[in-house]
Design a protein around this ligand. Structure first.
Ligand SMILES: *[C@@H]1O[C@H](CO)[C@@H](O)[C@H](O)[C@H]1NC(C)=O
Ligand SMILES: *[C@@H]1O[C@H](CO)[C@@H](O)[C@H](O)[C@H]1NC(C)=O
Length: 571
């Protein structure tokens, strides 16, 4: 970029901040940040700090212990030893806690080393921590699938005043234990000054999420996303304590879902059958991979628009567009006037209900183009006869016929729809969740106010479309959002269930998904997990710097978030 463009960019950003009055803190506001005027990284990394920031974290003075990877174990109590989720987690978190474990580290450690002997002169040194006790308070805490109301609260104690020189992760529920494992793995950090051993500072943490739905939406229609990348993203979600994978699986360009009942839909609707599809086995594996990380998989089959690829394997679903009195050969959204459409949807969604165990299904409902419907004389005749000539009501007619089909599925007790369904005043069941995706801060805040005032629950993603990119540190824009900053009573605020970082796939494939999403989505993760008062951008920046390197070190290609910097691991 030419210097004058950088200058222009900086000027525009400053202008934007002044106009919008965001308090991004010194980190974001000053040109010092852009040109710190000193050598070294722009942001200094923290050491052994947790992302997202826990609710309560009390250090025990400056006390610390060392951890030797070869001599460390997670000790499960009877309840956790009987829980598959926790058994599964032990190995995963061992590797995460000691990402650079090498034979060299182990060999070089010797308690006779002068440096180790010297440590005993340090009153803060508490010795070598050899285990963490995993304590799950009730047997019932081992649930099969994560869900909207899952209990994720936990406690981590490391050399706490009431239990010196020991460590434990305590929770009522396996989901809480998993979150505690992640926190513990982040508290341990490589300490070069201690002969390559790891260090952990004494602390007591009591933690739980602020909002229960903390999601990432991926789009596997515009570009087919490999299973490997979906797995990597689930790993990263777990590292950021996010718990919903919203899978926008189909759209206009391609239909990659391999249906049992309707195999032609992917045979003809996928970019390539067999290679660019998700088989039933793939989907089972992805759901299982997510489940053991405490992540829900919520499928979205967007209708009645965004459905061009459905028609290839299931002809007759879409409306024919006309020019004058003749079909012009193009097709629009679903044709809601056909009874056969609903017969198909009933069978199709019954299958989806059995394939995806989550209680929620996302039904889409966004961006329906009405031009084609309007051109079609049969459709307009139907509208005249049944909907008082009001074409606007045709979409509602469709949604109101679809919803009971979903609500009657045995495993489903709820659905999520994009905000248009609310904007069209469609009659929905009172347990519907409306996902707000449109407009700037005033627009989405007003929309949240309106939705919750009718007693419906709301989910926010408008400020978190991470497919859009800028040159510079844009994570701060996502970080400073306060989702409850809308007019409304306490009861209304309680109807806000959380948010999602969305990454649409027009220009995102398996190649650039991970670096584009992370660590930018980490900003959303902390906003949705940590208490409202955790909003100091400067403090967040140094923790995010550490977290970025942590994710890189664990093997994920995340991009630099804070400008010039370095991580211990070389890529
Ligand atoms: C799938 O498409 C083929 C033509 O390619 C057709 O012969 C067959 O009947 C279709 N199957 C179903 C179940 O519609
Ligand atoms: C929806 O309505 C039912 C029946 O009136 C009620 O029991 C339930 O609590 C309501 N749910 C929500 C989310 O408002």
């Amino acid at each position: 970029m030419e210097a004058r463009w950088i200058w222009l960019w900086v000027t525009l950003c400053s202008f934007w901040i002044v106009v919008h009055g965001d308090s991004g803190g010194d980190f974001f506001k000053t040109s010092e940040y852009i040109h710190p005027g000193r050598p070294g990284p722009w942001v200094q990394s923290s050491r052994g700090q947790v992302w997202p920031q826990p609710k309560l974290s009390r250090p025990n003075g400056k006390r610390y212990s060392l951890v030797h990877p070869e001599k460390f174990t997670f000790q499960l109590d009877a309840n956790s030893a009987a829980c598959d989720l926790i058994q599964n987690a032990v190995n995963r978190f061992y590797v995460r806690t000691f990402p650079r474990r090498t034979a060299k580290t182990a060999q070089s450690f010797n308690t006779n080393h002068p440096w180790f002997q010297a440590l005993h002169q340090d009153p803060n040194f508490q010795g070598v921590l050899d285990s963490v006790q995993i304590v799950m308070n009730t047997k019932k805490g081992c649930e099969k699938y994560p869900h909207l109301d899952m209990d994720e609260h936990y406690e981590v104690k490391i050399d706490a005043p009431d239990s010196p020189k020991t460590a434990s992760i305590i929770a009522f529920n396996a989901w809480g234990i998993l979150r505690g494992f992640e926190t513990f793995s982040q508290l341990v950090y490589g300490a070069e000054e201690h002969g390559g051993l790891y260090q952990v500072n004494s602390v007591q943490i009591m933690d739980q999420p602020r909002f229960s739905h903390r999601g990432v939406m991926l789009d596997s229609s515009r570009h087919f996303l490999s299973k490997r990348v979906i797995y990597d993203n689930l790993d990263l979600m777990e590292m950021n304590k996010m718990n919903v994978f919203h899978w926008h699986i189909s759209d206009d360009p391609a239909f990659p879902y391999e249906s049992l009942r309707f195999p032609n839909m992917s045979l003809k609707g996928a970019y390539r059958p067999y290679t660019h599809v998700y088989s039933q086995e793939d989907i089972r594996e992805i759901i299982e991979y997510a489940r053991i990380r405490g992540i829900r998989v919520m499928p979205e089959f967007d209708t009645p628009g965004h459905t061009q690829s459905w028609e290839l394997g299931q002809p007759g679903l879409l409306a024919k567009c006309y020019r004058g009195s003749q079909p012009d050969g193009t097709l629009g959204p679903f044709d809601p006037t056909k009874d056969s459409l609903y017969d198909f949807l009933e069978v199709f969604f019954k299958e989806i209900g059995t394939v995806f165990p989550d209680n929620f299904m996302h039904l889409g409902g966004d961006e329906v183009d009405k031009m084609c419907w309007q051109s079609n004389p049969h459709i307009m005749e139907f509208v005249k006869k049944n909907l008082g000539g009001n074409l606007g009501k045709l979409e509602s007619y469709y949604i109101e016929k679809l919803l009971p089909i979903i609500a009657d599925l045995p495993t489903k007790n709820g659905y999520i729809v994009w905000q248009e369904v609310f904007d069209n005043k469609d009659k929905v069941k009172n347990d519907t969740i409306i996902q707000v995706w449109k407009g700037g801060p005033n627009d989405w805040a007003n929309k949240l106010q309106q939705i919750t005032s009718t007693g419906l629950r709301a989910l926010l993603s408008a400020p978190w479309y991470l497919n859009y990119i800028n040159y510079g540190s844009d994570w701060t824009n996502y970080y400073i959002i306060e989702p409850l900053n809308f007019e409304g009573t306490q009861a209304q605020k309680k109807l806000f269930v959380g948010g999602e970082a969305c990454i649409w796939g027009e220009f995102v494939s398996s190649v650039n998904l991970i670096p584009r999403l992370w660590p930018r989505a980490s900003a959303v993760a902390e906003r949705l997990w940590s208490p409202e008062h955790v909003k100091d951008v400067n403090d967040a920046a140094s923790r995010l710097q550490e977290h970025e390197c942590r994710m890189l070190q664990r093997g994920y290609p995340v991009e630099p978030a804070n400008g010039p910097s370095f991580c211990d691991v070389a890529w």
